[in-house]
Every structure is written in C-alpha cells, then in structure tokens.
Design a binder for this molecule. Structure first.
Ligand code: PXG
Ligand code: PLP
Length: 455
C-alpha cells in the first residue's frame, strides 16, 4: 500500500476517529483499503480540491461527472442560500412551488425538440427506475400489457436501483442481486478494430442490428423499451460507432419500441452539446438526466418525455382529481434542488460551456491520445470532455492496475476515476489548455512510475 498518509496520519486522526471511519459503510468503495489509507477532500474551488493533508488536487473527473462548472460557484451558493431561507421544503404531492415549473421549462428548452414534459427525481438511479415505470405504464395504458420486457446493453450502467441494475450490463454490479426486471441485452460496441479511435469509431453500426435479432427472438409484442447511454460513461467511455444510434432509432420505430437515452453523464455539456441526443442527432422518447443539472451541488434528477407518454397517462387518468401516475419521491422537485438547478443551468448557458467543451475537445483528444505507447495502455477512447484508457491486466486481476494508477495519480495531485479495467478522465468544462496538458502529463508520469515500481 502507498505510505503517503504516514506523515499526515496525525492530521487525519484529528479530523476523524477510527470509530467514525468505521461507522460509514461507503458506496462503491473498497472500504477496507480506504479506511486504512483514506483519501479525504475538505474543500473545492474551481477545478481543484483541497485534501485533508492540505494538498491541491486537480478534479480530473468533475466530482463524479457532476461539476462541469467547477466548484464553489457563488451564483449557485447564493440561489441555494436564498431558497433555504425562503422556503426550505414544500410538499411535492398535490401542492407545488414556482421553481419546479420554471426549471422544467428550462430543461425542455435545453433538450431536443419533441421532449416536452419533465418529471423530477433525486438521482440518476431514480430517474432510470422512473423511466422504466413510465414505459410499462405507457404500454398498459395503450392496452398492450404484454410489452413489459426491457432491452439494455452489455456494459451499460443505469444506476443501482432494482430496475436500473436489471437493464444494466455490468456483471459485477448484478451478480449479488439476481435478475430484477425482465431484461435482455444487446452486445456492447467495443471492437478490436476500433482500438485508439478518436471520437466516434468507424466500425460497429452493424451491432445495432442485434436489436432486431432480439426483437425477432422475444417478439415486439413483449418488449417495452430499449435503454442505452448514448455514450457509455462508467464502463470506460465508449462513444457510439458512427450510425449506430440512428440504426437503434430506426429499429425502435419499425417495431414500436420506446427508446430511452440515459443521459445522466452525457446531459448538460460534457459531449460539447447540451445533450448526447443533440450531439449525435438522435432523439429518444424518454431521456434521463441528473448530475450536471445542479452542477452536483444538490441531489436532483429529471426524466424528460415526449407528449405521447405524458398524454397516455393523462388520457387514462379517470376523474381529474385522480393521480394519473402513481409515482414520486418525498424530495421530487425539492425547492432547494430546483434553485440550484436553475442557477447551474443559467451559468452553463451564459458561459457557453458546451461550446467551450466543443472548442477544446480536439485539444483534449490530442492530449489523451498522446498516451498511446505509455506502459500498460491497451486502448484510448474519447468524446467531448470524456476519455477512457484501458489498461493491461495483472494476471487474473483486471481491476488492480487501474486502482494502483488512480491512487498514484491522486498522490501526484490529480483525481481521476478507476473502474473496471480502465481509468477515466472528465475534467470540468472550465479547464484550460494548460490544465489539460498537466492532467495528461500527470497520468503519463504515473504510468511510467508504476511500470518502474514493478520493474
Ligand atoms: N445512469 C447513468 C448513465 C449514470 O452514469 C446513473 C444512471 C445513476 O445515477 P446516480 O445519481 O443514481 O448515481 C449514472 C451514474 C463513475 C460513476 O465513477 C458514475 C455514476 C455514478 C457514480 C460514479 O463513473 N453514474
Ligand atoms: N419508506 C417509507 C416507510 C416511507 O414512508 C417513504 C416515503 O414516505 C419511503 C420509504 C420513500 O421515501 P422517498 O419518498 O424519500 O423515496
């Protein structure tokens, strides 16, 4: 284990006792390793964190793909403080407050034409489960209750709630929990001939035809919806092959399947457009969003739908005092989260940050691909301000090298994500060209140091 905490352990002991460290069962974390050698952030400003041992660390993943505007944005802090003082909570069922309607309207304006109604949740996982319920309810309201199966994609990540795990395609996330919803999966789009592709790979549109194979297998009368991320984030940044998403859309139209885009990572700027749908030119029937909607400052998710979905529930709603969609969370459209969302989206638009990502994405692409030939690097993929590097496995231990590399990067002042056999970079939209170079150089040095340390 790295011994970097040795000289800082007294500072850590002042901050947290062993009992306190033990009490928190951390999410998606190696709890044993972490508690032996904690990595703690205590402050954030712009594109940098400050760690408990007083170091400045570049935020190479924008939090968890959340904080593209950078940290400590005063406009968001002011909006949240004002809202807390004015109306800290208001019931979301049968009563409302003005901000949720303003935010819903804003989201409709920022998503592609055709998506017109917004349902609020508290997270990406809740957004996905909401979208799946909308899809099944839609078909039931149309008199087609058999249309209940979902088609996800291998390597897809759709959060951790039961529906999302069932349509998700990451084996590690599924194996302890069993199959939760009726789902099948189309193949992922990683092909050896696409190694080191820049942006959208040339090969692989034909893999969308696998959807048609599954439709022929299960029959369209049994399938509710197809759920994919336009670009898979968590699995290691997998951009869609050219033509692939268009083909999925065609097949969904041909067989009357709903198409759900999970834009929890791709939504609100990271692709260099407001959404992946806009960037890749394909509009789904339902879009799920979260993370960047509040710049990560408050938990908030959104599900954006075509009118036909909303109207199907309204039309079957019975007397007008009846609830049309028996679904919602205590914190759906929380006023403080809505205040944060309005402020964050205002900044995103006013500062033209998607445009900035687009303008700098060529620079980012060239920088990350300069790591080709560095020790252990077997593939590099990128789009917008997102990149994934696949790393050569230790025999029988695919997850170990990315962990070692991530910790080494952190020691060197760069926070990056490790997951599966990859590391991932997703810098804030405000990142400068010099910071892109320094992040990529930091990762390159860490790779070389890792190679030297194991001889
Ligand atoms: N869908 C997609 C496409 C996601 O990326 C979720 C749903 C779930 O969102 P919530 O808010 O419930 O976590 C996500 C979230 C990572 C990482 O390190 C990625 C996510 C979450 C946490 C970490 O790649 N994606
Ligand atoms: N469990 C119980 C016992 C509840 O009363 C509620 C909400 O009222 C929930 C779960 C759901 O909580 P949430 O609305 O925050 O998702």
């Amino acid at each position: 284990m790295p011994d970097t905490m040795d000289d800082t352990t007294p500072a850590l002991a002042q901050l947290l006792s062993a009992e306190e460290l033990k009490a928190h069962w951390m999410p998606f974390t190696g709890n044993r390793q972490f508690k032996r050698d904690p990595r703690l952030m205590v402050a954030g400003r712009g594109a940098y964190y400050t760690t408990a041992d007083g170091r400045r660390v570049f935020d190479g993943l924008s939090g968890l793909w959340t904080c593209g505007l950078g940290h400590g944005r005063e406009e968001i802090t002011a909006a949240v403080s004002k809202q807390m003082a004015e109306l800290d909570y208001s019931p979301g069922f049968q009563y409302g407050h003005p901000l949720s309607f303003k935010l819903a309207h804003k989201v409709v304006q920022l998503t592609p034409p055709g998506l017109e109604h917004v349902f609020f949740t508290d997270s990406g996982s809740e957004s996905i489960d909401t979208a799946l319920k909308m899809a099944r309810g839609y078909w039931r309201s149309k008199g087609k209750p058999g249309k209940a199966k979902f088609i996800g994609r291998v390597k897809g990540y759709h959060g951790v709630n039961y529906g999302g795990v069932g349509v998700g395609g990451i084996g590690f996330n599924r194996k302890l929990f069993g199959q939760s919803v009726d789902a099948d999966h189309i193949p992922h789009t990683v092909l050896p001939e696409n190694s080191f592709s820049r942006g959208m790979p040339d090969n692989g549109a034909h893999l969308a035809n696998e959807l048609e194979e599954l439709v022929l297998l299960h029959d369209a009368s049994n399938i509710a919806a197809v759920v994919v991320e336009p670009l898979s984030g968590t699995a290691g940044v997998l951009p869609p092959p050219k033509g692939y998403l268009n083909r999925l859309r065609e097949i969904c139209d041909k067989y009357d399947l709903l198409l759900i885009f999970d834009e929890v990572i791709t939504g609100f700027g990271r692709m260099g457009s407001l959404t992946g749908a806009e960037e890749f030119g394909v509009t789904p029937d339902i879009m799920t969003m979260a993370k960047q909607i509040t710049n990560g400052t408050q938990p908030l998710g959104a599900v954006v739908t075509r009118p036909m979905i909303y109207e199907a529930f309204i039309d079957q709603g019975g007397p007008d005092y009846m609830v049309e969609f028996p679904h919602g969370y205590t914190y759906s459209a929380h006023p403080v989260a809505c205040a944060a969302g309005l402020a964050a989206l205002d900044l995103l638009v006013k500062e033209e940050l998607p445009q900035r990502v687009k303008a700098l994405s060529g620079k980012f692409e060239a920088a990350v691909h300069s790591l080709k030939g560095s020790p252990f690097v077997t593939d590099i993929r990128n789009y917008g301000f997102a990149a994934g590097l696949s790393l050569e496995h230790y025999p029988g231990e695919p997850l170990r090298r990315p962990f070692e590399l991530g910790v080494k990067c952190f020691e060197k002042g760069f926070y990056v994500r490790w997951g599966a056999d990859t590391i991932q970079l997703a810098p804030p939209f405000i990142t400068t060209e010099a910071e892109i170079d320094s992040l990529v150089n930091g990762v390159g040095e860490a790779l070389h140091e890792l190679a030297r340390s194991i001889g």
